[in-house]
Design a protein around this ligand. Structure first.
Ligand code: FES
Length: 91
């Protein structure tokens, strides 16, 4: 699944009992990675078939060459939470 955030769209993936979050927009193009198929820990981009390991954000198959940003997740009382680092804001 994917959702919007102040840091941009984020995709959340379940692998076994663990949840992993990466930036949802493919670093190769404009595809939503959360709409891709999950194969083990790799998500396959729905546009050109590039792959990213959702546990590390590292590209595992071309044409993706740029790593995806990763986010920490926590499960609290059955809910999945994604930690989004705060960024400095200017007035
Ligand atoms: S847009 Fe994802 S591999 Fe091209």
């Amino acid at each position: 699944m994917g959702f919007g955030s102040d840091d941009g769209p984020i995709g959340v993936f379940r692998v076994g009992d663990a949840f992993w979050a990466i930036e949802d927009t493919c670093t190769h193009g404009r595809a939503s990675m959360s709409e891709g198929e999950l194969d083990g820990t790799w998500v396959v981009c729905p546009f050109h078939g590039g792959c990213v390991d959702v546990t590390t954000g590292e590209p595992t198959a071309g044409p993706i060459t740029v790593p995806a940003k990763t986010y920490r997740t926590k499960v609290i009382d059955g809910g999945v939470y994604v930690e989004i680092p705060s960024s400095p804001r200017t007035a």
